[in-house]
Design a protein around this ligand. Structure first.
Ligand code: COA
Length: 318
């Protein structure tokens, strides 16, 4: 069955059918507006594609999106080479067509297609909301998924950080981030982080809800960037790069204060090896198994470490 790229008209049609899965609390028209706006974002214009699996008569059987994500793979010589990994999202089969293997075929064909696009294609990744088994069939393996929750509290000040950050600060702050020396690194770009903030901007406008006063904070060489998930009452930390427990506590206190003032109930941080030692020592932080958004990886070439040894920051989520 052929795999094709969707035209703009087909994307609009898919917006109407996928609203049932991801549209709430937006109306169908608002959800379409959200999608149009996100597709127009610079990060999407650079590397987002909508794929359709179609039958011989041209009927769409299943669809998904891919987003080009920067990655670095260390070779046998120890040198890390930049390349591309494709993040897959919005895998969808209409209810009447489910259970016939269409999503599995789509996932197989997209990965095979992407792997053939160039020597620099490293991996396909996704964040499953339906567990691991469906995507395991297509060669994906899951990574551990733990969250740290911190309640938003009134009365917390932001005095312990050097500065709260606004959207325009993101490229400079990320430019100072130290790149970890690991065998395989998925490395979100400033444009990708701004795509998360664009989601926040879109929801704030459509739901007529104010945005939080800041999208992050910095102290010394440490920083955190975050975005509001209004639907869940959460402030989610997208990137967290801290050098000490003291810096971590200052950043998380700022996040909790900002979340409270934005009317959100908690701050959620994805556990990563680099931040686990700090998060575990922050008073009031609780560790919970993540529901949904299970990171999964399918290597597209030799030499990648197993998924459980790859770090997935929340900024990589699509
Ligand atoms: C998930 C989905 C894409 C599967 O499409 P499909 O074409 O029916 O998929 P396939 O026929 O290739 O595989 C079906 C398998 O997926 C499993 N599956 C479907 N929905 C599932 C869910 N919510 N939780 C766990 N497994 C699920 C089915 O149980 C079935 O497994 P089985 O063959 O062992 O019975 C489709 O159900 C859908 O569009 N759901 C709504 C959107 C969604 O949740 N997308 C996934 C986001 S990560």
């Amino acid at each position: 069955m052929p795999l094709v790229l969707a035209t703009d008209a087909q994307k609009a049609e898919r917006d109407c059918v996928t609203h049932a899965a991801w549209g709430s609390p937006l109306t169908v028209e608002q959800f379409h507006q959200r999608e149009v706006r996100l597709r127009a974002h610079p990060w999407c214009r650079e590397g987002m594609r909508t794929w359709l699996l179609v039958d011989d008569g041209g009927q769409v059987l299943a669809s998904c999106e891919t987003f080009r994500t920067d990655s670095h793979l260390r070779g046998p010589d120890g040198v890390a080479t930049p390349g591309v990994s494709e993040a897959i999202a919005s895998v969808f089969t209409e209810p009447a067509l489910r259970g016939h293997g269409h999503a599995t075929r789509l996932m197989d064909q997209v990965a095979e297609h992407v792997a053939q696009e160039g020597q620099d294609r490293h991996a396909a990744l996704l964040f499953s909301d339906v567990g691991a088994p469906l995507y395991r069939r297509s060669g994906y393996r899951e990574a551990p998924a733990w969250d740290w929750n911190l309640p938003a509290v009134g009365g917390l000040s932001t005095h312990a950080v050097d500065a709260l950050l606004c959207d325009g600060d993101v490229p400079e702050v990320m430019g100072r981030q130290r790149r970890p020396d690991v065998p395989f690194l998925l490395w979100p770009s400033p444009a990708q982080v701004d795509w998360h903030l664009e989601r926040e901007r879109v929801y704030a406008e459509l739901l007529r809800r104010p945005r939080p006063e800041a999208c992050g904070a910095m102290v010394g060489r440490s920083f955190a960037l975050w975005a509001m998930m209004a639907r869940y009452g959460e402030l989610v930390v997208l990137l967290f790069d801290a050098e000490s427990l003291e810096d971590s506590m200052a950043l998380m206190e700022a996040a909790r204060g900002v979340a409270h003032r934005a009317g959100l109930s908690r701050v959620v941080v994805w556990e990563e090896p680099g931040t686990l030692p700090w998060l575990a020592r922050i008073p009031g932080a609780s560790r919970v198994a993540r529901e949904g958004s299970l990171p999964m990886l399918r290597p597209l070439r030799d030499g990648l470490p197993p998924a459980e040894r790859v770090t997935f920051s929340r900024a990589l989520w699509v």
